[in-house]
Write a protein that binds this ligand. Structure first.
Ligand SMILES: [Zn+2]
Ligand SMILES: [Zn+2]
Length: 466
């Protein structure tokens, strides 16, 4: 669950003095960006991502109600129903989920300085965006002026956010296809994006040039009625989007490597992605995970099972334990809380025991409620000594999460900056002037528990015998 990477606005007025333009019809927000407010528990208990949804209220009072109202919905549950469906739902007045996402995006606007919502503006006032970044809004020049000292620190980075957000649409439509194929270099040479890009350089240059020269790219900028950025800017964006799409599989690969998982297991090895959500399952491009096969050319099959209360319903539910063919990757999902999944599926042998568990942005450091929801899973992973890798968005989150894991007595085996973090900046939606964050920026790996007392006893025993 990743209720932090929120931002979304790509349709902007063409100038700061123009009233807000009608949303251009051709470009829609990729569904995955809506994830931050799309999650909740499917059973009674603390509602993990409804918390995220309503936490918007803290920063912008009235916003969550406004969103529901604009979407013709009575409650968060209605919203969740549409999200879960992933197919046209009649009754809400939207032809398809994309249309809803678009409307949703339009509603995510408020003055970055005084927090006024469109409904709170007097007379003919409208919210206008900063023309440099097109990513924050103001109710008038006074607010924009007083906010500038704060906003100028992030304006340039937020401009990249806006460009990426538009170009990302080409990934959704399939006009930008990620490079694929065996790695020409040995895996141990590929230590991070620098070496990865060098290795793929030839292939990548050709495919990026093709996208830059494509009709789809021209149509994109024409339909949002914005000047097309320079080629190097667009190429930078395509590269960032590529790192964003491959960050999850490659980070998972990093975990397999660093935790010494045997991928040469007959019948295949198993990875559970815990706390998986729409981000992992709504827009599945199974091809992204092919990169793992190129990372581990000799593997005998990899089973990746996404487990979470918010995995998309359209994602493959088949989680068979049958043997995999060497070199194949099987992606599937299971809807539910991980500790329930463990009891009902893993302990009963219906689903393969994990060789590795990965959690992308669990976020348990952010609130006591989330911690409460995650605690049974963390204890389970610790007590069953499951090799585990977690990721966080920032250094601050790294410190807070490490502290919690140390307090829980887990044995931290490694942590640090992730060489395969996403390079695509993410705006923290409810706090638009906050420094953008990056997915999977840092990782933490742990294995079992660390008992200083036991360790000391062991050392004493050993000393006694010598
Ligand atoms: Zn204002
Ligand atoms: Zn700006």
């Amino acid at each position: 669950m990743a209720p932090r990477s929120q931002r979304r606005r790509h349709k902007k007025p063409s100038s700061p003095v123009a009233p807000m333009a009608e949303t251009p019809p051709k470009v829609m927000t990729p569904p995955k960006t809506v994830n931050p407010v799309s999650l909740t528990l499917s059973k009674p208990g603390p509602s993990i991502d409804a918390l995220g949804f309503f936490s918007l209220e803290k920063n912008v009072p009235g916003l969550s109600q406004l969103i529901l109202q604009k979407l013709n919905m009575k409650s968060y549950d209605d919203y969740k129903l549409v999200i879960d469906g992933g197919i046209p739902i009649s009754g809400f007045g939207f032809r398809c989920p994309q249309e809803m996402f678009q409307r949703l995006e339009d509603t995510f606007r408020f003055c970055a300085q005084c927090r006024a919502l469109p409904s709170g503006l007097s007379g003919s006032k409208v919210l206008r965006c900063c023309t440099r970044c097109r990513n924050v809004y103001y109710c008038g020049p006074e607010c924009q002026r007083s906010d500038w000292p704060v906003h100028k620190r992030v304006c340039q980075e937020l401009h990249l956010v806006a460009v990426d957000h538009l170009v990302e649409w080409l990934l959704v439509t399939g006009d930008f296809v990620l490079p694929s194929g065996p790695w020409p270099w040995p895996t141990k040479v590929i230590q991070g994006w620098d070496t990865w890009f060098s290795m793929r350089a030839l292939q990548l240059d050709a495919s990026l040039d093709a996208v830059l020269g494509s009709q789809a790219m021209s149509t994109l900028w024409a339909s949002v009625r914005q000047p097309r950025p320079a080629s190097d800017v667009l190429q930078g964006s395509l590269k960032r989007l590529l790192t964003d799409a491959l960050s999850r599989p490659l980070t998972l690969g990093l975990g397999l490597q660093a935790l010494g998982i045997d991928v040469g297991k007959t019948g295949g090895s198993t990875v559970h992605v815990v706390g998986a959500s729409h981000v992992e399952t709504f827009l599945p491009r199974p091809g992204d995970y092919d990169e793992l096969t190129y990372m581990f050319p000799g593997h005998l099959g990899l089973r990746v099972i996404m487990v979470g209360v918010d995995v998309a319903t359209g994602f493959s539910q088949s989680t068979s334990t049958s043997s995999l063919k060497p070199g194949t990757i099987q992606l599937s999902s299971h809807r539910g809380l991980y500790h329930d999944f463990w009891e009902e599926q893993v302990e009963t042998g219906q689903i393969a025991h994990p060789d590795l568990v990965v959690g992308f942005h669990p976020g348990f450091h952010s609130s006591p409620d989330l911690m409460e929801a995650w605690l049974p899973t963390l204890l389970l992973l610790r007590d069953y000594k499951i090799p585990t890798l977690l990721t966080v968005y920032s250094h601050q989150e790294l410190t807070a999460s490490l502290q919690i894991l140390v307090d829980l007595g887990t044995h931290i085996t490694a942590y640090g900056a992730n060489p395969f973090k996403s390079l695509k900046p993410e705006q923290v939606y409810s706090n638009p002037n906050k420094q953008p964050v990056y997915c999977n920026a840092y990782y933490i790996m742990f294995l079992g528990s660390f008992h200083p007392l036991e360790q000391r006893q062991l050392e004493e025993e050993v000393d006694g015998k010598v």
